[in-house]
Design a protein around this ligand. Structure first.
Ligand code: GDP
Length: 378
């Protein structure tokens, strides 16, 4: 290499390095500022949406305006873990638990039993049953356990559980011949429509087809409300005009369910109570319409657990008039005191088959006495 060229070469190399580093620095700065670097055909770059070819995706990306927000890759839906019954009954549980805690830490024996009885009455169990229960626990606690709150709770749990007849069939009845027909009755506001929606969803989730009969033709918009639940649960809705004859709707719904070979027909009914006698007549008529053509496999009475002993009065009237075969006790997730479940089973002798523990479509559970008592007293 001729002398004198080396310094020039060194200067040229230094200039090249300088130019290259200015280029890198400006590119880094643009990226930091949020600017998109010019797209390059980089086959290894991951694309958010498969299976588009790299070139196509790059072309789309390049044409997109600079202001477009970055693509959001949606996370797959995560199933919410099912809440335990104990969790759902938090308010009811607290009501009884707090009172029991106070009662069981009270002064002398007599006071403890009096306070226990009062706590049970306040929890809607009813005076007669509360007195019997207290006597039974008191008799079991003769060995001096009255001073041990945990022991008394456990005795109370046993006695409470014994008040529910475990041999009662709490499963909903299905018929071999299609359709199985369930009538749902109850006072307005107890959660009848919501319960029908939940039931319908549960039946459909087990692979059965469901039709809903909008036979509450008295209440404005009852059929619309039922229609929303039908849509949510994948059921078919049979309805007439507002004010139409409930028997006629029921008849048509039954024919429809038969013609289409549907598995289950759930009949919504009116629930006004201010004209009590005509309502019961109306329910009787709807039932007879079905019985002329087939069988009513369940008459489910919906009771709002927060109504306390009032619910018991309603239950008696409906039970006498429409041959109720099972109770659905709703709103147990709310401020219900829980004891009404004991009162209903004992005073009416009708099994509670289902409980409503929320407003959502999946918030319906089979009633299991032991789990219920344990959740209430835990
Ligand atoms: P219907 O008049 O008897 O048909 O009663 P709806 O089905 O319209 O329900 C009346 C209200 O009670 C609505 O706000 C429902 O969301 C609510 N509801 C129904 N069942 C439950 C339940 O189990 N828990 C709670 N918290 N609310 C309920």
């Amino acid at each position: 290499m001729p002398e004198g060229i080396l310094p020039e070469l060194l200067i040229a190399a230094a200039l090249l390095v300088l130019i290259a580093s200015i280029g890198v620095a400006s590119r880094t700065k643009r990226v930091r500022k949020g600017e998109r670097p010019a797209a390059r055909p980089d086959a290894t770059r991951p694309t958010p949406q498969a299976p588009v070819t790299t070139e196509e995706s790059l072309a789309v990306e390049d044409l997109a305006p600079e202001t477009q927000p970055p693509a959001v890759v949606e996370a797959p839906p995560v199933a919410e873990p099912k809440r335990s019954l104990r969790d759902r009954l938090t308010k009811s549980r607290r009501f009884l638990s707090d009172r029991l805690a106070t009662a069981l830490t009270g002064g002398d024996d007599d006071e403890i039993w009096e306070d226990l009885e009062a706590a049970l009455i306040q929890a809607d169990i009813g005076v007669g049953i509360a007195t019997r229960l207290t006597e039974a626990v008191r008799a079991s606690a003769r060995g001096g356990e009255a001073k041990d709150p945990q022991a008394v709770r456990s005795m109370l749990a046993n006695e409470l559980h014994a008040l529910f007849d475990d041999s009662r069939d709490r499963a909903l009845r299905f018929s071999l011949e299609k359709p199985t027909v369930w009538m749902v009755v109850g006072v307005n506001g107890t959660g009848k429509t919501t319960t029908i929606g939940k039931l319908s969803r549960d039946v459909a989730a087990h692979g059965r087809t469901v039709a809903l009969a909008a036979a509450d033709t008295f209440r404005a918009a009852a059929d619309e409300q039922l229609g929303v639940w039908a849509e949510r649960s994948g059921a078919q809705l049979v309805k007439h005009q507002h004010g139409a004859d409930p028997g006629a709707v029921t008849y048509d719904a039954l024919q429809h369910a038969r013609a289409k070979g549907m598995d289950v027909l759930i009949v919504d009914t009116a629930g006004r109570l201010h004209t009590k006698t005509p309502l019961m007549d109306e329910l009787g008529k709807v039932k007879r319409v079905i019985e002329k053509e087939g069988t009513v496999h369940e008459v489910l009475l919906v009771i709002d657990a927060t109504a306390g002993q009032n619910g018991l009065v309603q239950a008696k009237e409906f039970a006498e008039a429409s041959g109720v075969t099972g109770i659905v006790l709703t709103k147990l997730d709310g401020t219900a005191k829980g004891g009404i479940a004991v009162a209903i089973e004992n005073d009416l002798g009708i099994p509670i088959k289902l409980i409503g523990v929320g407003e959502g479509i999946d918030d319906l559970e089979p009633f299991e006495p032991k789990a219920f008592v344990d959740a209430l007293l835990s």
